[in-house]
Ligand binder design. Structure first.
Ligand code: NFS
Length: 683
């Protein structure tokens, strides 16, 4: 049944996207927003109640007590569908990790043109962790062995994935006791696909245990490898200044947009677009130069490392083409809409698929081979330059482009708080213990065209900042915050509560830390483990005053992320529709949802909950943080104790307040009425 057609303002809070949706409408080009309005979700499928795992069905259950033809119950079917989402998400992340390891191996053997081993310190550290000899060996020899070791973790049949040992001891013990310690990355994905086949695992809780083990193999395995190997090959991210939104496209330049997830080809394109010969070629076709920009998590990969501007997040891929300003959109894997093929036909844009795994109708397929990466990247840039002459009408919404400071890897956070020789999480833990920071939240995940784009990300982030919660972000969520200026240092002055503001001022950081792409959620696991290791705020991740949120989720990867964060001890809140929610007609069919909230909390100390209302998401986040603070016997959160120091005060106490009074106020004295009156926060 068709739903009401939303206005551009109802579809997104991003003015640049609103403008482009108006243009799409004029040009009669359909976008994901249009299709979301036209296509009502199947209520049975949406609640995870449709089983099509064999050809006796599909069996669509509508009330508790219904059974599929094989006898499967509502709970079994919901758990099976959920577990399969986890397996697909884990497979996507982990296969991305595998491809990076293959590139590392090729680079180590001099077979990957253009790639090098950039971060030797990280390589050596990881090699030591894996028990690989490093003394007296070249970086290439070490990298080759490390690559072989990581490849073995994908096919490992027994034992434990090494990186799970980075988790707190208490956590590892829980995983062993529950039998969910992941053995091998691929093995767990296969295990879940096997046990959800017709006639296998038919106990909802047991199916979910399989999903947990598979998800852990993603977070502490495949995704963690993807992050670590990317750092070795392309460098550990550190803060830089860049720009975001559709306005990063340039009217007078050749625009190349990379989209997808892997940093492999995009890093080579960064090099190719700086080639003097190609820049000269661009000049010869009348362009001022070559402009490279990204979308989705490929964007995050080159944004956090090389500061390459970002066009935006998931829901901006279609409208980027509608600007008419993109000569080539080069895509690799994941989160790429099939509609791009059709939309590109309205313009001169060449959509180019590069992964052996991904072809799209309407796209040119030029398969990427890391052995000739630089030559291929140059060829792609050349094609884009030659396409510049075919441009027709261009409209780029310039006015809403924002600056942002991304690049907060866990290594950088450690360094920022302690310096090169004594990197430490002490200041962060102390700030939490003192109540200067109420807690920490990770906001991650997608956009979803059924939710007003970015609105949940932004609303929740602002509310948490106001409540002195330090926010870390990855993926589309980080790009959303970037678009509205929240990834700038100045944002602390405007949005942070008094304690958080002090922390941001002392460390010179924005109140929201952009930690990278979706596989970099593994960095968040590392930060949480380091906070525990630093001591003073609990012996396990589940004791930390921390919450994970995915307010606008849509992908199976997000489900895997949520599950491994939960199993690592975090309270995870997803927005939007629950894939295991019982429909209104089905009384008592929320058994699986309850297992994920009550059962998982009892077993893992973490829980995964789907909450539709953003205010409720904020309320539950703060309630959880306060509950954890209380259990740790930390000082009760009291914002009135903080905010009497720092830049904001210096800026705000006007010169006509007598100097002695100003100093007394700024440096710890009792506030005078005159100074107090002029230093109230604006909001
Ligand atoms: Ni992750 Fe969602 Fe995709 Fe990145 Fe964005 S949609 S789960 S954030 S780009 S992977």
């Amino acid at each position: 049944m068709a739903k009401k057609k939303r206005t551009p303002q109802e579809r997104t809070i991003d003015p640049a996207v609103q403008k482009m949706l108006e243009i799409a409408e004029q040009m009669a080009i359909s976008t994901a927003f249009d299709r979301a309005d036209m296509l009502a979700p199947c209520p049975i499928g949406a609640d995870g109640l449709c089983c099509k795992n064999c050809s006796m069905g599909p069996c669509r259950l509508v009330k508790e007590g219904d059974r599929g033809i094989c006898g499967a119950t509502v709970s079994t079917i919901q758990a099976r569908n959920f577990a399969r989402m986890v397996a697909a998400g884990a497979a996507a992340h982990s296969d991305h990790g595998r491809d990076l390891v293959l590139t590392l191996k090729a680079a180590a053997n001099g077979e990957a043109q253009g790639y090098e081993i950039r971060d030797v310190a990280k390589l050596v550290k990881l090699a030591k962790e894996a028990g690989i000899e490093t003394n007296g060996r070249t970086k290439e020899e070490i990298a080759n062995d490390l690559a072989d070791y990581y490849l073995s973790l994908f096919g490992q049949q027994e034992g434990e994935i090494l990186m799970t040992h980075r988790a707190p001891e208490v956590r590892q013990k829980i995983w062993r006791e529950q039998g969910v310690m992941p053995r091998g990355i691929d093995r767990e994905v296969v295990d879940t696909l096997h046990r959800t086949h017709i006639g296998d695992d038919q106990e909802a809780w047991h199916i979910l245990q399989g999903a947990v083990r598979t998800a852990l193999g993603d977070g502490w395995g495949g995704s963690m490898i993807a992050t670590d190997v990317s750092d070795i090959l392309f460098g550990i991210p550190a803060p830089n200044v860049s720009k975001i939104n559709l306005g990063v496209l340039q009217e007078d330049m050749v625009n190349i947009v990379v989209h997808g997830h892997e940093p492999t080809l995009s890093a080579m394109l960064v090099a190719a677009t700086q080639d003097p010969e190609l820049i000269e070629l661009a000049h010869s076709v009348g362009a001022k130069g070559i402009n490279l920009a990204g979308i989705c998590c490929t964007s995050n990969e080159i944004l956090v490392r090389q500061g390459i501007p970002s066009v935006g997040n998931f829901l901006q891929q279609e409208v980027a083409l509608i600007t008419g300003a993109v000569e080539a959109m080069i895509v690799d894997v994941q989160c790429i809409m099939q509609s791009l093929g059709e939309i590109s036909q309205h313009f001169h844009t060449e959509l180019i698929t590069t992964s052996p795994k991904v072809k799209i109708e309407g796209a040119t397929h030029l398969e990427f081979d890391e052995h000739h990466a630089l030559d291929q990247a140059k060829e792609l840039v050349r094609r884009a330059i030659e396409n510049f002459k075919n441009r027709k009408q261009v409209y780029i919404p310039k006015e809403v482009t924002e600056e942002l400071v991304p690049g907060f890897s866990h290594e950088y956070i450690d360094y920022a708080m302690g310096g090169t020789y004594r990197g430490s999480f002490r200041p962060l833990n102390d700030a939490i213990a003192a109540g200067r920071l109420r807690g920490v939240a990770a906001i991650v995940g997608c956009n979803n065209p059924r939710t007003q784009q970015d609105s949940y990300h932004l609303y929740i982030a602002k509310k948490l900042l106001e409540n002195d919660v330090l926010v870390v972000e990855t993926g589309c969520s980080a790009l959303a915050s970037g678009k509205y200026g929240l990834l700038q240092g100045e944002a602390a002055m405007e949005y942070a509560g008094p304690g958080l503001r002090e922390v941001c001022e002392a460390l010179g950081i924005p109140p929201i830390l952009h930690m990278g792409s979706c596989v970099d959620n593994s960095r968040i696991l590392t930060v949480l483990s380091q906070m525990v290791a630093e001591g003073g705020i609990g012996d396990d991740i589940s004791e930390l005053p921390a919450v994970g949120l995915a307010p606008e989720w849509m992908s199976e990867k997000a489900i895997s992320i949520g599950t491994y964060c939960m199993a690592s001890g975090a309270y995870v809140i997803f927005g939007g529709h629950s894939p295991v929610r019982g429909s209104a007609k089905v009384s008592g069919s929320d058994k699986v949802a309850r297992m994920m909230i009550e059962g998982w909390e009892e077993t893992y100390g973490g829980k995964l909950e789907f909450v539709d209302d953003p205010d409720e998401m904020v309320r539950k986040t703060l309630e959880h943080i306060d509950k954890k603070r209380k259990a740790l016997k930390l000082a009760e959160y009291d914002p009135s104790k903080f905010g009497r120091s720092g830049d904001r005060r210096i800026y705000q106490v006007p010169v006509d307040v007598p100097l002695a009074e100003r100093e007394a106020y700024l440096y710890g004295g009792v506030p005078t009425e005159a100074a107090e009156a002029t230093t109230k926060p604006a909001s």
